[in-house]
Write a protein that binds this ligand. Structure first.
Ligand SMILES: [Mg+2]
Length: 385
């Protein structure tokens, strides 16, 4: 049993989101699928996202594929290490980490098919269902729409909701668009959501690394009264000393890590006491193979380990498999993208996702739809929701 081919397909996917006001919001998200085919005809499929899909596809197709050909697909530690030294030999991260993640997930999908077991059981089988939080609160909603959307998700049975803040503040400061104005509006948006859902619903916020320390601190000081469950990626670059300083000054727990490529970054966050929650993403942070190592570090530090950065259908296996697995992010836009690409995705019920019993990841790419979607122009720098 050998790897015959490794092939990446970059996709830029259209998504339409219904607004409570009746207006539809259209956006797009890019992702890169990776298929690993064996000499017996079996396929495993992994994916990555939140990056330049065409660049990752080139890394996989033009570099990694040649190195994997002829190898035993079950030896995931050997192949992960091979890819690490091939693509990131001097500690680089970036695009290469995404490529490694997508390939690793394809290998785990194959491992499950070969052994006749779902990935979550191979990862340890700690539980057969995982709690999810719904990411619903996007910058394209006006304040009133945001509050109505929050209420609609609660009506669907969700008691854990995440909304974005910061809204590309540092990136767009030259418009000019003062950061103080952005966070002042964030305070009002959070207040509107809290008033719409009542005191029992957990609210999470995510700045996507868009604020500096000064404005992140200012925001936390003005929203503590709203009972925020955690504040994700509060500062640019996941700057560890700044997150540690911020954590010492706020009662709001901090979370980070979804786009990190190297396990050592999580070690540094934990040693510096910079975060309450570490959030490696299986589709970005080196697949299940490296995320298991990071989860082990989180366990040793008695820190929470959760999913940020979406792609719940892959990350659910990690959080069901490992004893310290916890929350999975049900990111509504990312989920709509996955529905375009995959068949057989499980749906949450009352805020919980039940894991599939099928071998591997338990859902399959729809080749006909993917062939059509692959004809669309690539994102070329936009479409990274
Ligand atoms: Mg996030």
């Amino acid at each position: 049993m050998q790897i015959k081919t490794v092939r990446a397909t970059p996709l830029n996917l259209p998504v339409t989101v219904d607004s409570p006001s009746g207006k539809q919001k259209t956006t797009s998200l890019s992702l890169c699928l990776v298929d690993v085919e064996l000499d017996d005809g079996r396929f495993g499929t992994g994916m990555t996202a939140i990056t330049e899909e065409e660049v990752v596809a080139s890394i996989v197709n033009d570099v990694a594929a040649h190195a994997l050909k002829g190898h035993d697909p079950l030896r995931h530690e050997q192949l992960w290490d091979k890819l690490y030294w091939l693509l990131t030999p001097r500690g680089q991260s970036g695009y290469a980490a995404h490529a490694i993640a997508a390939i690793d997930l394809a290998l785990w999908d194959l491992k499950g098919q070969i052994l006749g077991q779902p990935c979550w059981r191979l990862l340890g089988g700690a539980r057969a269902q995982v709690p999810v939080y719904a990411t619903f609160g996007f910058a394209f909603f006006e304040r009133e729409e945001l509050a109505a959307a929050a209420r609609a998700w609660v009506d669907r049975g969700f008691r854990r909701l995440k909304m974005t803040v910061g809204h590309h503040a540092l990136q767009r400061r030259d418009e000019p668009r003062p950061l103080a104005d952005v966070i002042a509006e964030d305070v009002q948006r959070i207040r509107a959501v809290r008033e719409a859902v009542g005191p029992q619903v957990q609210i999470y916020i995510d700045a996507n690394c868009s604020l500096d320390y000064f404005h992140a601190l200012s925001l936390t000081q003005r929203i503590e009264e709203f009972g925020i469950t955690f504040f994700e990626e509060p500062v640019s670059q996941n700057d560890i000393p700044n997150m540690a300083k911020l954590r010492a000054k706020t009662r709001i727990p901090l979370a980070a890590g979804q786009n990190e490529g190297l396990a050592s970054r999580f070690r540094d966050m934990l040693v510096a006491q910079a975060v309450d929650v570490v959030q490696p993403n299986a589709c970005i942070t080196g697949g299940f193979t490296q995320c298991q190592r990071i989860a082990g570090m989180a366990a040793a530090f008695n820190a929470q380990f959760a999913n940020g950065g979406a792609w719940p259908h892959h990350n659910m296996h990690l959080h069901a498999g490992l004893a310290n697995g916890s929350l999975v992010e049900y990111h509504s836009v990312a989920v709509e993208c996955c529905k375009l690409v995959f068949d057989g995705l499980p749906e949450p019920s009352q805020g919980v996702l039940a894991l599939p019993d099928l071998p591997g990841l338990g859902f399959k790419p729809n080749r006909e739809r993917i062939a059509e979607l692959a004809k669309r122009p690539l994102s070329r720098g936009v479409g990274k929701a």
